[in-house]
Design a protein. Sequence first.
Length: 495
Amino acid sequence: MNKRKFLVAFALALSVLVPASSFASSHREAPITALDRTADITDWYAFVSYDHPDRVTMILNVDPFLEPSNGPNYFPFDPNVLYEMKIDNDRDGKDDIVFQFRFNTEIRQPGLFTGFVGDLAGIPPITSLDGPGSEGLSLRQTYTVTMVKNGHARRLGQGKTLFSVPSNVGSRTMPDYQTLFNQGINDLGGGARVFAGTVDDPFFIDLGAAFDSLNFRMGIGGVVSPSVDGDDKNNYAPDAVAGFNVNTIVLEVPTAWLTEDGKLHPAGDKRAVIGTYGATSRQAITVRRSPKHELDFGEFRQVQREGNPLINELIVGTGSKDRFSMDEPENDKQFANFFLNPLLATVFSTIGIPVPPAPRTDLLPLVQYQAPICPGCGPKDKGPIADLMRLNTGIAPTPVGQQKRLGVLAGDFGGFPNGRRPIDDVVDIASRAVAGVLAGPQFNTPIGDGVNTNPEGFNNSFPYVMPANNGRNSHHIGPGQDGCTGQPGGICPVQ
């Protein structure tokens, strides 16, 4: 299949690829994770690396809304959580390759009142994650990366000590935070790289307006104008996530590590397509016994997962959210009824946006291996309905500067729903899918919240995330405040 025919097929079949569930990011979406923030997955990304088209980058973000100034311990990873990146490469919806991450915490100076101190009490500023300049890094975390394939586990980066990058406390404690951030990038060998630490949350949304029953800013959100819709660089409404941090694990590996036969394939070959998701798990029994260390034993049990963005938070009913979080993707057919008449579509219709009538079979979570993402898949290759973020590794990455926030809807086939990049505006893309963007021209409503980009910007090379916001000097963006560059004077609208 030549590129032109492939892209045409991709566009025409998008309506069966964008699940109605993909409205936003997952922040405190289920009762079980609302009470377990360190295991709460906020976002999952998977895309072909911008500068290495023979590699795939996966990003697992956890622990939502981290206030940069919130010491004294800030936000370490949870040593009792098993963080995983999972890949299905033979179209059965089940894990074939798993990357596991485990963290260890050490308190190097137990007499200190805070986890990090520098240029105070004879302790030099923190300028390194290890050795001279790391004396003030009292709460320090290391981690391991294990690849499990065909039942065999292999430690990546064997012999290396991998340090997690701490939160950005402030310029006195950490005068050159960018250097610490760069030190967090580790070569695992064989073309694989990893980064773990606290970073700026790359997600962007007018969260308050979205959850107030889509009460978007007048003249901005809801149905946006052509000028706002075509602007990928400016925000016209406040980004509620701006200024907050998140904990991230970023892994880049050769594509050949992930495919069914260990080879690279063109876009038209079904073997080029993988299904991905992130998961967090805890052991079955936890005993807290201060002052002794916590005791955990038993098998690991899944607490949370995410494939496509936010299937759980806005579509699945509250009574089923925990079941969804703990179940496996290949069992997702049990949740199909939530998509036949989604509440979100009803809300759209009550505010005057035309939507197709129920039952909304076009919005069933038809996350299967089929065209357009898998043009080489036949009827026997579809596999079960499963919430996996599918990525065609044979589609070359869109060059930086040509990427579009609306991804495939804007003709950028390197973006969502063909995987997901940090730049992709999944709020606007998926909202339009819920409204029936490709069910017919009468449903082609340019729905959006007016937040088109991350105010902190994007990192266009590995690890593709931005350094953590400064704890002393960071601020958030709200209605009536500075931060909306598309508005007069940069002031965000209130009404």
